[in-house]
Design a protein around this ligand. Structure first.
Ligand code: C2E
Ligand code: CA
Ligand code: CA
Length: 697
């Protein structure tokens, strides 16, 4: 520093200046001084460094400084200084540009101190000049960036990390959501992302706090009008106004999603029918297999092939064939639930995926429904085209646990349906499937049997073993199937009960027995009292007795002709109701027997109150007499019980002399069983009656 330039006006000033000198020697600022009294100037070395000059190149005069000033700033820089002097203010501050030796413009902040004498005349001005070029550039850059962000079409949000409220949103965001900034600032992230669950938000925050400062996420934003649109967002943890904040850059991906969706649709759907194709079907099937195995449910594949499609194609042409396929697809869709996947696997093959199955019966029902629906023809271009279906069914896990195997096995089953005459469905192999199938075949056959009168009644004699006389009969229904022959009731009665057909059958037997008694009577034969089996399902209301009464009155049937058998277990299911209903029958004068006695855990107290006449010892206790001691004890007990309750007792299933002897010896003289007679058809009974005309009721 050149001390010769510093000419103190007084000792105190000199001292002050020295201190100042010391203070600024280490400063980054350049200093200058103008002594108005002496008209001398000074600039520090640092100032020269700032503007890029050597000491000998630069004159410290006011003029030299003035020359460096940017023309636009010159006036303003002087004005500030002059107005401070004029106003007797002891300081002034201004910002202006000066030219560096290399031609660049530098931004300078100049702070001056003005010393006045007692009369207010300026004596001296000294100041600091700071190069603020970098700062100015930064500020300008910041302003530019802020404008860029504000105007960007991408959505930019700044969110408070604490309460997730919006602090800032750019024009792109406000326009996309249709909110004003003020409105948005009253909302939080959850208002705009209604589909983001609190757990998801937590997870995102944890991720941002611990793993990565940036997270990308796809979600849907909700506009002010409530509509949603998909966005891809990246969330950054940055600082905003000195505090940590989440900065979110979001892009509306509606268009992208649409294109992706279209591409996905094209890749996974059949272009003709718009149904899912093989790829999507396999995918959904694999998923369903996994999901259902967790829930212990079954998944089924119905492999459908149109019967004679090739002929239709050949005779009417491919466009007609295509139309038919479209109509078939629509029909299948209309017959199934929204959640069932129907796919076109190619050609005239369709696959259906049904999951969540706990009873395979539903598959039988669905298959029947499909077959039925295809009985009607399709009308295309004035032609009525008939096409039936062949359906093969496989089930997971029974027939396979992969999509590939299930489809293959359903295909195999479909071929079986085709080979066995088409317009049919077949299960691949499962026991269960076959049972369900058999059941429905049986159900259909039973309905037909009722319609076509395929039932008839057999009669099994009941005898007094002691007196060797014929005392009664039991009417047992038979199903005379046109091709299978006589079918035992044991195999169809339970199904009839489930199907709600049993009442019809029981009444058929009752009426048949009454009519037969009339016929026998007309032929001069007197048949013994005949017991008719009534299922509990038949006896389920009070009107039954009224109906029986009406039939008896219609045929003028005497109550001595018929009796009723109800099983012990059925009575004991609801003994109170049984007492009431059986009492109605009792009022009609009908004898009531408790069938299969010993198997139904009778309560003695109810037994006493039941309006019954006879216990029928179940054949299972008679079967092993005289070998099984327990059975003999039980039989004796039942006989004793009947005697105590003053009831008649009859043993069923008597097959040999030993059983007969044991029963007679123990006080049971009535018996029914193969030892005496099998159940007989009407002709056999008629012959027997003719032979034994002497047997009276
Ligand atoms: P149930 O009422 O216990 O009928 C007796 C069954 O035992 C009859 O079988 C009869 O043929 C058979 N049986 C008779 N004697 C002997 C014998 O010595 N040894 C053996 N092992 N069996 C003998 P079925 O005719 O096959 O009838 C089976 C069941 O079907 C009947 O058992 C009854 O519960 C039911 N049922 C038959 N007809 C009707 C009906 O019209 N209505 C209702 N609801 N059920 C009926
Ligand atoms: Ca019976
Ligand atoms: Ca029985």
């Amino acid at each position: 520093m050149n001390n010769n330039h510093l000419l103190p006006t007084s000792a105190s000033l000199d001292q002050e200046f020295q201190r100042l000198q010391f203070a600024i020697s280490s400063s980054e600022d350049g200093i200058w001084e103008y002594d108005l009294v002496k008209n001398t100037t000074y600039v520090s070395k640092r100032w020269l460094e700032i503007i890029g000059y050597d000491e000998n190149e630069y004159h410290s005069s006011v003029d030299a400084w003035k020359k460096l000033l940017h023309p636009d700033d010159r006036e303003q820089a002087f004005n500030v200084l002059y107005s401070s002097i004029a106003n007797k203010v002891d300081h002034a501050q201004t910002v202006y540009r000066v030219r560096h030796k290399n031609g660049d413009w530098l931004w300078i902040k100049d702070r001056a101190k003005i010393l006045f004498d007692a009369s207010g005349e300026p004596l001296r001005i000294a100041g600091f000049r700071t190069d603020i070029t970098k700062q100015m550039q930064l500020e300008s850059q910041n302003r530019e960036l802020a404008t860029i962000v504000q105007n960007a079409t991408i959505e930019v949000y700044i969110v408070d990390v604490e309460n997730l409220n919006y602090l800032y949103a750019n024009d792109g965001a406000l326009k996309a959501l249709n909110y004003t900034l003020q409105e948005l600032q009253t909302l939080s992230i959850t208002d705009i992302n209604p589909e983001l669950a609190p757990e998801q938000i937590n997870l995102l925050q944890q991720y941002l706090n611990t793993i990565s400062p940036v997270v990308t996420n796809i979600s849907r934003h909700q506009r002010k009008d409530g509509s949603l649109y998909p966005v891809q967002a990246s969330v950054h943890k940055l600082s905003y106004q000195g505090r940590p904040a989440y900065v979110i850059f979001a892009t509306d991906i509606t268009q992208l999603s649409l294109v992706q969706e279209q591409l996905r649709h094209l890749a996974t759907h059949d272009s003709l029918t718009e149904l899912p194709n093989r790829i999507l079907f396999n995918d959904r099937l694999e998923m369903a297999i996994k999901k259902n195995s967790r829930e212990s449910k079954k998944v089924a594949v119905l492999f459908i092939d149109l019967d004679h499609f090739k002929q239709i194609n050949d005779s009417f042409g491919h466009p007609t064939g295509d139309k038919l396929l479209v109509l078939v697809a629509l029909k299948l869709k209309s017959l199934l639930r929204e959640c069932d996947t129907i796919a076109r696997m190619g050609g005239d093959e369709f696959n259906i995926l049904i999951d969540g199955i706990s009873d395979v019966q539903v598959l039988v029902d669905i298959s029947e429904k499909l077959l039925n629906a295809f009985k009607d023809p399709f009308s295309i271009n004035g032609h009525l085209l008939y096409t039936t279906l062949s359906i093969g069914i496989s089930l997971s896990p029974d027939d396979g646990t992969s999509a590939e195997v299930l489809i293959k096995n359903a295909d195999t089953a479909m071929y079986r349906a085709k080979n066995e005459g088409r317009n049919a469905y077949r299960f691949y192999a499962t026991e269960m499937g076959n049972k369900a199938y058999e059941r429905v075949v049986m159900e259909n056959a039973l309905r037909l049997a009722l319609k076509e009168n395929q039932f008839c009644v057999y009669y099994q004699p009941q005898v007094d073993m002691h007196l060797n006389t014929w005392v009664g009969m039991e009417a047992l229904v038979r199903w005379v199937h046109p091709t299978l022959g006589v079918i035992s009731p044991a195999s169809f009665i339970p199904l009839c009960e489930e199907m709600g057909l049993i009442q019809e059958i029981d009444f058929f037997v009752l009426e048949n027995v009454i009519k037969q008694h009339i016929l026998w009577k007309e032929n001069g034969l007197t048949a013994p009292k005949t017991a008719v089996n009534f299922s509990a399902k038949t006896l389920n209301n009070h009107l039954v007795a009224r109906e029986v009464e009406a039939i008896m009155r219609f045929y003028q049937c005497h109550s001595e002709c018929i009796a009723i058998e109800v099983t012990e277990s059925q009575i004991m299911k609801n003994p109170k109701e049984a007492i009431e209903i059986l009492s109605e029958f009792k009022k009609l004068g009908l004898e009531i027997s408790v069938d299969d006695f010993g198997t139904g855990y009778s309560s003695l107290s109810y037994l006493k109150r039941l309006p019954i006449d006879k216990l029928k010892i179940d054949q299972s206790f008679i079967r092993d007499i005289p070998l099984d001691e327990d059975d003999m004890t039980i039989t004796k007990t039942i006989i004793g019980l009947a005697h105590n309750l003053k009831l008649n007792v009859i043993a069923e299933g008597v097959e040999n002399r030993e059983q007969q002897t044991f029963l007679i010896e123990n006080g049971c003289s009535l018996g029914q069983g193969y030892y005496f007679d099998q159940p007989l058809d009407v002709d056999s009974v008629t012959q027997k009656l003719q032979l034994m005309k002497s047997y009276v009721i």
